[in-house]
Design a protein around this ligand. Structure first.
Ligand code: NAG
Ligand code: NAG
Ligand code: NAG
Length: 462
């Protein structure tokens, strides 16, 4: 008993003495206005990130990272998985080209095979599912043959690998992947003492059902709790529920010890009008509370697995203006592209949540109801607008007759006005089949009706 207590004290003080947090940042590069890799890494260092996660193995970035103490996670792109699974020489070559030149100076610690592979439900996707674990094994063999033992191999998966997540004790994997992919994967992760890498965003379930999921619960505000009737465990936040549903799902397959890494989490700082809760009140609240939780010593863990450290990567370093889809996709960043913080954040978790300056009151936490139009974005390039305009007018079932000379929307004869009319028309017509008000960044939403006396702009009612 006595020696155990001493051992415990030593462990705690050792981990305290290291003075690094377990907080990493995802460094996504889907933007055409991002700082250079050199500047980006400098920014990560200034922010005191402990880890950085890349979506590839960019040699320039890996070389630059050798001058830092950042722990690095690299990724094999999805399209390389099948080749690696089929042929050990290709796996060896990948490691020779992407790990050997940089390791160990660059502190590569995680090598991730693919990204959210099990979310691609297509014929090509199914081939990747089938090849995923064989590719992980091949890469492991390559590393082992080079006697590299401190790089863990994993694959980040999205919450859609679970068929049921609520309550957490009912967590189960999807039946279409359970036996064919998940079981061999868990076996591999267990045998190699690696981690289950999960991308877990409380923002998504909350924003899809904001009337039934408590926002304070999603933001870790600690004043709303709910008990899982199956396990009797008490939950004070949505992330814990999500993580525990995964832990229960793994336990049901006989794997009770595989540790988790949160490979992505975060909260968007802005988004489209119909996307509630994306703002610079909730984003810092979520991330600050998350960091505080994940850096507490001794570690908090989750209700199903108390006291266990969960390395966590926040998504993302920058707002990335070239990500397609809804507006939130381009607003997960911690930093503007000029490097200034979008809001104050302390990745070390030392600054207490109450020590930050107060935040602007959120204005879109209640889902918007009303009419929305899609117009040319302020400052959009006229040449690009003209080409987007003709692209949209040439789509099947689209008509731009109103813009012809003499017709109701012809005046004023300006590319911006015409584009706004076409964007609104296009979006109103095709929103139900997945169109977004984006047009490669040329369009933005507005709640102010841009119609003129004789020219009515179509709108979308949300
Ligand atoms: C495996 O890949 C290597 C190198 O790319 C190639 O030379 C070899 O022919 C391949 N082997 C098979 C069985 O496809
Ligand atoms: C939790 O606390 C916040 C901030 O003090 C408050 O605005 C919110 O209404 C509280 N929520 C619940 C469910 O009590
Ligand atoms: C065009 O309209 C027709 C008839 O309403 C419909 O069947 C077809 O799917 C539409 N095409 C597109 C590209 O929306």
């Amino acid at each position: 008993m006595g020696s155990l207590a001493i051992l415990f004290v030593c462990l705690v003080s050792l981990s305290g003495a290291k003075a690094y947090s377990n907080i990493g940042v995802n460094y996504g590069v889907l933007g055409n206005n991002l700082p250079s890799p050199y500047r980006s890494i400098e920014l990560l260092t200034i922010m005191k990130a402990a880890r950085v996660k890349l979506y590839d193995a960019n040699p320039d970035i890996l070389r630059l990272l050798s001058t830092t103490k950042l722990k690095v996670s690299i990724m094999i792109p999805n399209h390389e998985i099948s080749g690696i699974a089929a042929n050990q020489s290709i796996a060896d070559e990948w490691v020779r080209n992407n790990v050997v030149p940089f390791y160990p100076k660059t502190m590569i610690r995680f090598l991730l095979v693919g990204n959210e592979v099990l979310s691609y439900n297509s014929e090509q996707g199914h081939k990747m599912w089938h090849d995923l674990v064989p590719a992980m094994r091949s890469i492991k063999r390559s590393l082992k043959s080079l006697n590299i033992r401190d790089i863990k191999i994993g694959t980040p998966l999205a919450m859609d690998v679970l068929q049921s997540t609520f309550p957490p004790s009912r967590g189960t994997f999807r039946s279409d992947i359970r036996d064919s992919v998940i079981v061999p994967m868990l076996k591999f992760l267990d045998r190699t003492k690696s981690f289950f890498f999960i991308d877990a965003y409380p923002y998504f379930p909350w924003s899809q059902d904001p009337n039934n999921i408590n926002l304070d619960f999603a933001l870790f505000r600690g004043n709303f709790t709910t008990r899982d009737p199956g396990s009797g465990l008490l939950y004070s936040n949505l992330l814990d529920q999500m993580l525990d549903s995964l832990i229960f799902a793994m336990s049901k397959l006989g794997y009770t010890n595989i540790q988790l890494v949160i490979s992505e989490t975060g909260w968007p700082n802005s988004g489209d009008i119909e996307e509630p809760g994306a703002n610079i009140f909730n984003a810092p609240t979520y991330n600050r509370n998350l960091i505080q939780r994940m850096t507490t010593k001794p570690p908090i863990g989750t209700p199903a697995r108390p006291g266990v450290t969960i390395p966590t990567f926040i998504f993302s370093l920058f707002n990335e203006n070239q990500k397609p889809g809804p507006g939130t996709e381009r607003h997960w960043g911690l930093l503007e592209t000029d490097g200034t913080p979008i809001y104050d954040l302390d990745l070390t978790g030392k600054k207490h949540i109450t020590d930050f300056a107060s935040l602007p009151a959120p204005e879109n936490n209640v889902p918007f109801k009303g009419k929305v139009w899609c117009v040319a974005a302020k400052g959009a390039n006229e040449i690009e607008l003209a080409s987007a305009l003709s692209y949209a007018c040439n789509e099947v079932n689209m008509t731009c007759e109103a813009l012809s000379p003499g017709n109701e929307c012809y005046e004023p004869v300006s590319v911006t006005d015409h584009a706004s009319y076409v964007f609104s028309t296009f979006w109103a017509k095709f929103k139900t089949t997945g169109a977004t008000c984006y047009f490669n960044g040329l369009a933005e939403q507005t709640t102010k009706d841009p119609s003129r006396p004789f020219c009515k702009f179509p709108s979308v009612t949300i």
